[in-house]
Design a protein around this ligand. Structure first.
Ligand SMILES: [Mn+2]
Length: 401
């Protein structure tokens, strides 16, 4: 199908949508990762923060859509605020800004029974201080979001007080929220299970919303698309969070079973389309709606990391563009008159339209490579970094840092 079959009004909607769409890429998406059974080493994987910035900058050069790189405090700023100057220098060199700051309160042995929800006041204090340090790092870097994934929970009924842990978690988040600068947002992520298998303290969007609300006005909910039970209507959760002015951001990835961290749209592109539709609908219909932060949270064990990241960004743009095809006024009128088939066909028709020629045209108009993946292959970047890093990557590493 050529771009000729897309009306010029729809084409200009796509162009406008893509101009406003950027997506954050994660520093950890470029380093070696694995399964819980083992780590698979790739010769081109980034082995330090300099290489993560170089890779992130290259993805931004190819796509023009990834202006920020998410950072993990323990892995990327092991010396905390003392590493800020180095990060700023790397950002300048590689033309990609520091993005969300992600505290790490799940890796150290003292967090075995939880971090901010741990029964030990001493452990809670340590975890709370790490959140506060992360807020300070965010301030020093001028980064907009501090993104919290609290993995606390328990494995056996009766072994922990779910209700007392709520209070401990609230106390810690309020203490961290009190340190936020005016422009900073605290994002609260949720997940129903894993690493804990009986209860998770931040288990679903209702819990995350209550934690965010009790922390303060700058705290919002983060939706990780892989963090739901099978069959959950994620786009309805998105609609509710928009209604409540509580949608802070997304971690995009795809899955077949649980939190598989697969490439966005690889298993169910219609799911991502339906989420993007709720965003476009809010933009058309809700006064004062501000777009949430779009972020990628994926680890590629089998695919090449650079290739997978570029593929992900391109897929996100295509699905965002497809959702922009829907004429919101027309859809609303069909919905209100309960013309079910016509409404569904309008919706479904947008999903099935090949927008790639229009997206390529948009890229060319902005001086970007029309096909970022082809350009990556042509550039020889992956071969070059594999040669440079191969020896370092031949040695096993014990963490995701
Ligand atoms: Mn996530």
């Amino acid at each position: 199908m050529s771009s000729n079959s897309i009306s010029s009004a729809a084409q200009s909607r796509i162009h406008q949508a893509l101009d406003a769409f950027s997506i954050e890429i994660p520093s950890w998406g470029f380093s070696n990762t694995g399964t819980r059974f083992g780590k698979f080493l790739q010769p081109a994987a980034a082995t330090n923060i300099e290489e993560k910035f170089a890779d992130g900058g290259e993805v931004n050069r190819l796509t023009g859509a990834t202006p920020t790189l998410a950072l993990h405090v323990l892995w990327d700023l092991p010396n905390g605020v003392a590493d800020v100057a180095k990060i700023q220098e790397l950002a300048k060199t590689h033309n990609i800004r520091p993005g969300s700051i992600n505290p790490n309160v799940f890796q150290e042995p003292e967090y075995k029974f939880g971090s901010i929800c741990n029964p030990s006041a001493e452990v809670r204090q340590k975890a709370t201080q790490h959140l506060i340090d992360s807020v300070e790092i965010g301030k020093a870097l001028g980064s907009a979001e501090v993104s919290l994934w609290i993995s606390d929970g328990s494995n056996y009924p009766g072994t922990q007080s779910m209700s007392r842990r709520i209070g401990w978690g609230k106390e810690a988040l309020a203490a961290a929220h009190a340190k936020l600068a005016p422009g900073q947002t605290m994002l609260v992520e949720y997940k129903p299970f894993e690493p804990a298998f009986y209860h998770t303290d931040f288990g679903d969007w209702g819990m995350a919303l209550e934690f965010a609300r009790s922390a303060g006005p700058q705290a919002k909910v983060l939706v990780d698309t892989g963090h739901h039970y099978q069959g959950t209507n994620i786009e309805q959760i998105v609609a509710w969070l928009i209604e409540l002015n509580a949608l802070g951001g997304f971690h995009f990835n795809d899955r077949k079973y649980a939190d598989d961290d697969l490439t966005l749209g690889s298993i169910d592109p219609y799911q991502i389309f339906r989420i993007f539709h709720e965003i476009h609908a809010a933009q058309a219909n809700k006064q004062g709606f501000t777009a949430p932060a779009y972020m990628i949270d994926q680890s590629h064990n089998l695919k090449g990391k650079m290739e997978a990241m570029v593929q992900t960004v391109v897929t996100a743009q295509e699905l965002y563009a497809r959702a922009a095809l829907i004429d919101q006024a027309e859809l609303a009128s069909l919905q209100d008159s309960c013309q079910l088939i016509a409404a569904e066909e309008l919706f479904r028709g947008a999903f099935w339209t090949d927008v790639r020629p229009v997206v390529q045209e948009w890229r060319s108009e902005r001086g970007l490579p029309a096909d970022p993946l082809a350009e990556l292959y042509k550039s020889g970047y992956v071969e070059r970094i594999a040669a440079e890093r191969g020896a370092k990557n031949a040695v096993g590493q014990s963490s995701y840092a």
